[in-house]
Design a protein around this ligand. Structure first.
Ligand code: SF4
Length: 327
């Protein structure tokens, strides 16, 4: 494996059994939560996974964490196949790939002090030879997460902290294991607008100071601009477009990406674009449209789109070129 792609996801699928088509049917139907997703991640790189609720981005993060077993496809991490792991292997993987959850209020145990919360992963994974070493690691993780001086926070409880400070505790509890990838699932969506930028700045700093790769999962394409290196746009379980962040923001190719970008608020009226309001609801992931799954809502849909599905788009290929392949 090349050094640059230390995470390689190929053809990843996760189908959940849902129900049967009718009372008399024996055939189960499936929710196509993640459906043939491929991407690479470089060491220290930030990739944003963007899409509406239900597009599969959170299921994808659970697959990467080993918390769900894929239906098909493969995940290679640092040259090792981690697609299907036993409990022991999965535990050691968790040291390397840590998750930052959306809700800092729910992800912290209210009965533990901040020191106990951040120390716990070290005990679970049996890291550090004694209390002194654990204490040093806890303080370093807290300070790297912006909780300085750490001594001020060690004996406090989560309810004594602000929302931003709690999310820093969640990040410190991930950092204490010295992970190589942080999977941040909507890490700022529960926070006040005033502190969202602080947490995004912190993640941006960590990728430089600790060379951590970040998979930043968000429904808000507007929040990825200065932070991510690349963006992958997901729709109904698929990546429909992937590329360098500035190129995607300035020159989106896929009609779905264009629609997402068109509704981002822009303060300067001269820079505002015409809003593209997609018609209809997102289709049922159990009963996907034939052909391109975006065709019922696509302003550019052609007849061929109802029977053929284009490959996802990189910026070396315009969407028009991909669509021409349909003919
Ligand atoms: Fe729209 Fe057709 Fe392209 Fe799908 S393949 S995004 S329906 S133009």
């Amino acid at each position: 494996m090349s050094q640059e792609y230390f995470l390689e996801v190929r053809g990843l699928k996760k189908y959940f059994e849902a129900d049967r088509a009718s009372l008399f049917s024996r055939e189960p139907r499936f929710v196509h939560a993640v459906d043939d997703v491929s991407f690479n991640l470089n060491r220290g790189e930030v990739i944003a996974l963007v899409g509406e609720s239900g597009c599969g981005k959170s299921t994808l993060s659970l697959l990467l964490m080993g918390l769900e077993d894929p239906t098909a496809g493969s995940i290679m991490f640092d040259g090792r196949d981690i697609t299907h792991l036993n409990d022991h292997e999965r535990k050691s993987l968790r040291r390397k790939i840590q998750m930052v959850f959306q809700d800092p209020y729910e992800s912290l145990n209210p009965t533990q002090t901040i020191e106990e919360i951040i120390n716990e992963p070290l005990l679970v994974h049996g890291i550090a030879k004694d209390k002194k070493e654990r204490s040093g690691r806890v303080i370093k993780a807290m300070e790297d997460a912006g909780l300085k001086p750490a001594e001020v926070y060690l004996n406090r409880f989560p309810h004594e902290l602000s929302g931003g400070q709690r999310q820093r505790v969640v990040i410190a509890a991930a950092l204490v294991l010295e992970p190589e990838i942080l999977l941040a699932d909507e890490p700022v969506s529960m926070l006040d607008v005033s502190i969202r930028a602080e947490i995004i700045n912190l993640l941006a700093e960590l990728r430089i100071t600790r060379q951590i790769a970040v998979i930043f999962i968000t429904h808000d394409l507007g929040s990825v601009g200065f932070f991510a290196d690349r963006v992958a746009v997901m729709y109904l379980g698929r990546i429909v477009e992937i590329g360098a962040v500035l190129e995607i923001l300035e020159s989106p190719q896929h009609p779905y990406t264009k629609a997402l970008l068109s509704v981002i608020p822009v303060p300067n009226p001269r820079l505002r674009h015409e809003r593209i309001i997609l018609q209809g609801e997102t289709p049922n992931p159990i009963d996907l449209p034939t052909g391109c799954r975006f065709h019922p809502r696509c302003p550019l849909a052609m007849d061929a789109c109802t029977s053929n599905d284009p490959p996802f788009i990189t910026l070396s290929k315009t969407h028009q070129a991909a669509c021409l392949l349909l003919k």
